[in-house]
Design a protein around this ligand. Structure first.
Ligand SMILES: Nc1ncnc2c1ncn2[C@@H]1O[C@H](COP(=O)(O)OP(=O)(O)O)[C@@H](O)[C@H]1O
Ligand SMILES: [Mg+2]
Length: 246
């Protein structure tokens, strides 16, 4: 078997008494597109924060590319080739689009000219080169999300963690984004771990899906099989009934 790119072993994360992640274990192969779904509050963002070194874990281990990254911080993990986007993107409002993306590129180069060249290249790849000189705050949300993606890509990851990238996008924008992410996978061989609490986007993109509910992993498998799993249906139905009652 190919050595895994990512291995999460018995990861637990507690906030006070709240167990946000309970004994989470899974692996990802190089170049794999893995979906992580689960209703709001399931613990998806917390798991991302633990993997990427934004939160220290309560217990357990994260092995990336053969190396134990559990004790490392975000800025130490990113250069190893693991990047993430944020569910709530906090880019620097007083930088232009291209300058925001250059922040990512500086993980790989110290040259301003080279960082600018690479940032421009990612903006072109993502179809937003015409926004390079705009201030980020002037752009519509779909384009801001592309900038966030470009910034993460400019760090040249082997594994990209995408947290609710489709949130706030309309169906046409989601379809376009899925096309882009598939192209990134095909052209660059990039592995992605994609969370979404709306299942459809993850289903269209993923080779395999893992499902969280109340801090635990409750299912794993091919997208078509996972959506038929009774435990998954129960976790989601609960949320939908709640959503429809108000
Ligand atoms: N920094 C934090 N401090 C305290 N509780 C948190 C923190 N981050 C998340 N939580 C709690 O952990 C649980 C899981 O949240 P989260 O990981 O954001 O879920 P999801 O991303 O699946 O919606 C929730 O109950 C949330 O309130
Ligand atoms: Mg979340």
């Amino acid at each position: 078997m190919m050595a895994p790119l990512l291995e999460v072993r018995n990861l637990c994360k507690e906030f006070g008494g709240l167990k946000a992640n309970q004994d989470i274990s899974f692996t990802m192969a190089p170049g794999e597109l893995l979906g992580l779904i689960g209703p709001n509050g399931a613990g998806k963002t917390t798991l991302f924060n633990c993997i990427a070194g934004y939160y220290p874990v309560t217990s357990g281990q994260v092995i990336f590319d053969g190396r134990d990254i559990t004790p490392l911080r975000d800025f130490e993990i990113c250069p190893l080739g693991l990047a993430r986007t944020f569910q709530i993107f906090q880019a620097s409002g007083d930088l232009s689009v291209v300058e925001n993306v250059m922040v990512g590129a500086f993980v790989r180069t110290r040259s301003r000219a080279e960082a600018r060249r690479r940032a421009q290249g990612w903006l072109e790849f993502l179809g937003i080169a015409d926004t390079a000189q705009a201030m980020l705050s002037e752009l519509p949300v779909a384009q801001q999300k592309r900038v966030a993606l470009a910034t993460a890509l400019a760090t040249e990851p082997k594994l990209l963690l995408l947290d609710e990238v489709a949130a706030g996008l309309n169906p046409a924008e989601i379809e376009e984004l899925v096309g882009l992410l598939k192209r990134l996978h095909t052209d660059k061989g990039l592995a992605m771990l994609v969370t979404e609490h709306v299942m459809e986007m993850v289903m269209a993109l993923s080779h395999r899906v893992i499902v969280m509910d109340s801090g635990r992993l409750i299912a794993e498998g091919e997208p078509a099989a996972v959506v038929k799993d009774p435990e998954v249906i129960r976790a989601y139905l609960g949320e939908r009934f709640v959503a429809r009652e108000d």
